[in-house]
Design a protein around this ligand. Structure first.
Ligand code: FAD
Length: 379
């Protein structure tokens, strides 16, 4: 594996970095404070190919590799973690399962819409009684003529109130356990589709999570994704890729905490000199930088393995476990370096600290990542 980026990857990373610095970062605090979904940025990101990063060119996407895509998510998240997770869910959890499991009609119908950012994607897996244990979901789908009728409630759905295309999971045959779960492509204007309560959260406040309520929702049978009973497999393989996106989001947050700490410590004077001159501060910065680099390489390795078509459950879990813990650690140290000012909303490290925390929870908690890693080692 080559750790160096190629010319094209470097060029794209620099382009996304520049865009994120100029267009996303200046508004990140305001969007967080006011819970504003980042539609303005998303429209521009669509034009830059970021919303169709993984979508093949024949369906209107940029057709990029996973290494490049993970850097895009990192750079966006470095500027705004909320916009980062919306990007990741749109690409990894919505477009990818259609690319991978969709039939030709589904690809032609939905991928160009996602690539153009006309509709934002979401992933409806979690339910009030089915979080880590996704197989315990209770949403049902019954075939009735040419349609499936879905009933149930999904919860914590990222972009839920704004999403137009949702990959939703439901039980088509209760007797078969996880082999009786199926995946569907749902549109937000389907009859019986309702948006439930929006959650008030600790961080990533601009990304908006809500319940999605399916009340006798009518889903045309051609919107079944893959075959009946393949839903659980589709969910797990989709989440493997999604974890690369969340790990990249975590690296972006950790890098931002490091950037802010370097700048602040060079300027803040105590005892007649910049605090960067104190070894205590230097050691924190050195450790932060080491964790950021290590996390980035784990993400890149998992993305590279995905590009090779290899199974990535363990690699993606390692990347997410390490990067998410590193993000929280780095944001915590950044607040320490900023002292009292770090605890205020005057500086971005307070937001980074709140935003980092979720990366250890969604798309599989840190405990689940350890289960996946151990499971693959102890087979
Ligand atoms: C901001 C946010 C955004 C989200 N976005 C989405 C989304 O877009 N789509 C979606 O489908 N879901 C989404 N989720 C849901 C998220 O993936 C779940 O919250 C997560 O998987 C954990 O499920 P849970 O909250 O029910 O916790 P639980 O499953 O109840 O877990 C509680 C605790 O028990 C531990 N635990 C559970 N089982 C085991 C076990 N077997 N061994 C050891 N420890 C265990 C967990 O690690 C955790 O510490 C989101 C959640 C949040 C908060």
């Amino acid at each position: 594996m080559i750790l160096e980026l190629n010319e094209q990857q470097r060029m794209i990373r620099n382009m996304v970095r520049e865009f994120a610095e100029k267009d996303i970062k200046p508004r990140a605090a305001e969007l967080d404070e006011k819970n504003i979904f980042p539609w303005d940025s998303l429209k521009k990101m669509a034009q830059l190919g970021i919303l169709g990063a993984l979508i093949p060119q024949e369906y209107g996407g940029a057709g990029l590799d996973n290494v490049t895509y993970s850097m895009m998510v990192e750079e966006i998240s470095r500027a705004c973690a909320s916009t980062g997770v919306v990007t990741s869910v749109h690409n990894s959890l919505t477009a990818w399962p259609i690319i991978h499991y969709g039939n030709e009609d589904q690809k032609k119908k939905y991928l160009p819409i996602l690539a153009r950012g006309e509709k934002i994607g979401a992933f409806g897996g979690t339910e009030p009684n089915a979080g880590t244990d996704l197989g315990a979901m209770q949403t049902t789908a019954e075939l009735d003529g040419d349609n499936y009728i879905l009933n149930g409630t999904k919860t914590f759905i990222t972009s839920g109130p704004e999403a137009g295309i949702i990959i939703a999971f439901a039980v088509t045959n209760k007797e078969l356990g996880t082999k009786g779960i199926s995946a569907f492509i749902v549109e937000n204007d389907f009859e019986g589709y309702k948006i439930g309560g929006i959650f008030d959260k600790l961080g990533i406040n601009a990304s908006l999570q809500s319940e999605l309520i399916f009340e006798n929702m009518v889903v045309p049978k051609e919107n079944l994704l893959g075959k009946e009973g393949e839903g659980y497999k589709i969910a797990l393989s989709t989440l493997d890729g999604g974890r690369i996106g969340i790990a990249a989001q975590a690296v972006g947050i950790a890098q931002a905490a490091l950037d802010e700490s370097i700048e602040y410590s060079k300027n803040r004077q105590q005892f007649g000199r910049p605090i960067a001159k104190f070894q205590a501060i230097q050691w924190m910065i050195a450790e932060m930088a080491t964790k950021v680099e290590a996390a980035r390489f784990l993400v890149r390795y998992a993305a590279y393995q995905k590009d090779q078509g290899n199974r990535i459950s363990k690699e993606a879990a390692m990347a997410k476990l390490f990067a998410s813990e590193a993000a929280s650690w780095c944001a915590d140290r950044a607040i320490q370096i900023f002292g009292g000012y770090g605890y205020t909303k005057e500086y971005p490290v307070e937001r980074l600290y709140r935003d980092a925390r979720i990366t250890q929870i969604y798309e599989g908690t840190s405990e689940v990542m350890k289960m996946v890693i151990a499971g693959s080692l102890l087979r």
